[in-house]
Design a protein around this ligand. Structure first.
Ligand SMILES: [Zn+2]
Length: 281
């Protein structure tokens, strides 16, 4: 019950931007790069994007190439003067004000900077780490342990009940931490040693008390709050009555397509799972 998955309504977006070169695995600028530079200054967990680097001495990480420009993540030290003069935006606010590829790059920048901030020392022997040559890693110079950027896989699932057709229902829930009365898919983190399908079955049982089966993969979405990967599924109801875990779920019900509550806006993976189901009728 430790980790709470943040599921705000701005829960957005996973396109496959035309940026297969976004995910630079090396922390070096490509040698043949001829375009411009953009600097994503990461201030706390907010971002301020500029064509100028505010301070040469701040730690930088290559994010990747976005539409010809090399994008950098810049770790703004906590005690530094704010280079944005208060205009930095958290990632939720940045969405909608940036092109989708830029939002993806900003999410990646925050994740990389947060990872580097929290892996300054070896977790095994406490020696300071250094960049590991030839890969995106932080390596211990004493014992050789390498830390890679962290990802926390989380499943999200749309559960349906009944035969396909107009009478089929979907299970939608309102999380206790939703800031507005919105109903969405169930979601939760994958436990160590657990497979994804097992996480779906377990989380649904824990959160709303019903058994599900026939779990099938549908879509995924990077979710940089702070380092999740959302993996989207469909599942079918098998048995049980709704019994809510009130520490996580404020309300949950079965809904027909013609009587839906407020659902997530935009093209979040939750919304995509719901839209796929709506299109089946
Ligand atoms: Zn070590």
């Amino acid at each position: 019950m430790a980790r709470v998955l943040r599921m705000d309504p701005m829960d957005q977006a996973t396109p496959h931007p035309n940026s297969s070169d976004l995910y630079a695995a090396l922390n070096v600028e490509p040698a043949d790069h001829a375009g411009g530079h953009r600097y994503i200054h990461v201030i706390g967990t907010s971002v301020f994007v500029d064509t100028e680097l505010a301070d040469e001495s701040w730690e930088r990480h290559v994010v990747g190439i976005v539409e010809g420009d090399a994008w950098w993540a810049v770790d703004v030290p906590a005690d530094a003067e704010d280079p944005s003069y208060g205009s930095a935006l958290d990632l939720f606010s940045y969405f909608g004000r940036a092109a989708q590829s830029e939002w993806m790059a900003a999410g990646r920048a925050v994740q990389i900077v947060e990872w580097a901030r929290t892996h300054r020392f070896c977790g095994r022997c406490a020696t300071p780490t250094e960049p590991s040559p030839g890969e995106r890693g932080l390596k211990c110079s004493n014992c050789g342990l390498v830390a890679y950027p962290r990802l926390a896989p989380a499943m999200i699932v749309l559960v349906t009940r009944g035969e396909p057709g107009p009478d089929q229902e979907a299970l939608l829930a309102r999380g206790v931490n939703f800031p507005m009365p919105m109903y969405s898919c169930l979601a939760g983190f994958v436990e160590a040693g657990e497979d994804l399908e097992g996480a779906v079955v377990r989380e649904v049982a824990e959160e709303v008390g019903v058994r599900v089966g026939n779990v099938t993969y549908r879509a995924s979405q990077p979710w940089p709050f702070p380092h999740s990967l959302m993996i989207g599924f469909r599942a079918e109801y098998l048995s049980g009555d709704l019994v809510l875990d009130e520490t996580e779920i404020a309300d949950a019900n079965w809904y027909r397509r013609d009587a839906l509550p407020t659902i997530p806006p935009g093209i979040s993976v939750a919304r995509r799972l719901i839209d796929q189901w709506l299109a089946e009728a």
